[in-house]
Design a protein around this ligand. Structure first.
Ligand SMILES: Cc1cc2nc3c(=O)[nH]c(=O)nc-3n(C[C@H](O)[C@H](O)[C@H](O)COP(=O)(O)OP(=O)(O)OC[C@H]3O[C@@H](n4cnc5c(N)ncnc54)[C@H](O)[C@@H]3O)c2cc1C
Length: 388
């Protein structure tokens, strides 16, 4: 059974109070306007969210947080997606949850910085030679003694390279080759090379490579135990993929609503686009797919909240299915908008480009299917499918 380190909000009333608070924040701070500019300032929005105490949402209660469960966070991420997929992580701990392996004074300082909006956490797994195949990671950690270690990092195609000042890296132990999860807690005060890449979507988020050479760090910066990196990845992304899935569905849902409004207005053949039955059926199918995908996400979220054995499988199902559904619905929406949908700055087109990233990011959809297949047939056949 997997321990997901999150306290469950069992009280439906509290859950709805949290949704009301998030909705109020979204409206009061005009987040739709901020994200429609195409260059939202994510860190500024997080700073504002901290004033509403919303960065503590999924921080467990024992660390002083609100302890929102996965179902609650999933429903919040659907709301964020309606604004834009780029509004993810404007509330909650984001990848900062990786720092919650145990309590000590350093960790408390990191948490305080995160929930005040002063700091933000990035995650560095991918390297040029290690994408889906994380076992090929070459970034490394070498332990000098019981107190200090030397870190070498060469990550690429990762987000938040400028926004995050705390970074969690997945690196190989020089001693035994196992993968560990390690934190660098102040990226801005060390010698670090950032290489920018230009993504198709991801407005407001940086993307590219990070290189760190021979950085001395405390050995206690290894999180969740030395050599436990692959387990950490599984646990963390089982959670994270559900949020991302709901984010993508929220984005597609909003686009469908906007496309319906467009169809009601658009004159065609003496009537309106919405009068055509084939158009209506396409829209009806799309909302059906979205509701089905949402149900799968909530089922997966409950599985994590209840520490169920099939949480990883359900979360993998939710991720590939939801992101594909969102992508297909958005593609249908841009096509219904005719030539307008082909414009670069068309808001539905921007949503489509954002969601395309999530077919790959946070574990590619092919990888999700491999995880599910592993559960079906066991490790031996699974290893063959990965040519091991
Ligand atoms: C928008 C975006 C944001 C990202 N942010 C981050 C980040 O913050 N941190 C980070 O560490 N990484 C990040 N990534 C990188 C992302 O995690 C990797 O791109 C992803 O893991 C896939 O690795 P890859 O690109 O090297 O593709 P590869 O692993 O080389 O895969 C290439 C193709 O093969 C397919 N494939 C993979 N495995 C299988 C299989 N078993 N069977 C069949 N086909 C398969 C893939 O689906 C893909 O289509 C981000 C990527 C994107 C697009």
């Amino acid at each position: 059974m997997m321990n997901y380190e999150i306290r469950t909000v069992t009280n439906e009333k509290i859950r709805h109070q949290i949704y009301d608070k998030v909705d109020y924040f979204i409206q009061k701070e005009r987040l739709k306007d901020i994200f429609s500019t195409g260059h939202p300032d994510i860190l500024r929005v997080r700073k504002i969210a901290s004033k509403y105490d919303l960065l503590k949402l999924d921080l467990p209660r024992e660390y002083g947080g609100m302890g929102a469960d996965v179902v609650t966070m999933a429903n919040i991420y659907f709301r964020l997606g309606k604004i834009s997929a780029n509004a993810r992580e404007i509330v909650g701990m984001g990848h900062g949850r990786l720092l919650l392996d145990r309590w000590d004074e350093d960790r408390q300082r990191w948490i305080d910085r995160i929930v005040s909006g002063e700091s933000f956490v990035g995650i560095g797994i991918t390297e040029d030679g290690a994408g889906s195949d994380v076992r090929k990671i070459k970034s490394s950690i070498r332990h000098l003694d019981g107190i200090s270690s030397i870190l070498n990092v060469n990550k690429d195609y990762i987000s938040r390279i400028y926004e995050a000042d705390i970074f969690v890296f997945f690196v190989r132990n020089v001693e035994d080759g196992a993968i560990s999860c390690v934190v660098v807690d102040d990226l801005n005060s060390i010698d670090c090379l950032r290489v920018s890449r230009q993504p198709m979507g991801l407005d407001g988020w940086s993307f590219g490579g990070l290189v760190i050479r021979d950085l001395k760090i405390p050995r206690s910066n290894v999180l969740h135990g030395e050599g436990k990196g692959l387990d950490v990845l599984k646990r963390h992304f089982a959670y994270w993929r559900i949020l991302v899935s709901m984010l993508c569905l929220g984005s597609a849902y909003q686009a469908i609503e906007e496309t319906i409004a467009f169809c009601k207005e658009r004159p065609i053949f003496g009537g309106r686009l919405s009068d055509l039955q084939s158009v209506g059926h396409r829209l009806a199918e799309s909302v059906t797919y979205i509701e089905a995908a949402k149900s799968l996400c909530i089922m997966a979220a409950k599985a994590i909240d209840e520490s169920s054995n099939n949480a990883l499988k359900l979360s993998s199902m939710a991720k590939w299915y939801s992101t594909e559904v969102a992508y297909k619905c958005l593609h249908m929406c841009v096509r219904l908008q005719g030539a307008r949908g082909y414009e670069f700055n068309n808001s539905t087109r921007r949503r489509l480009l954002d969601i395309e990233g999530f077919l790959i990011a946070d574990g590619s959809n092919d990888l999700m299917k491999s995880i599910i297949y592993k559960e079906l047939v066991g490790k031996d056949i699974y290893n063959k499918t990965l040519l091991r």
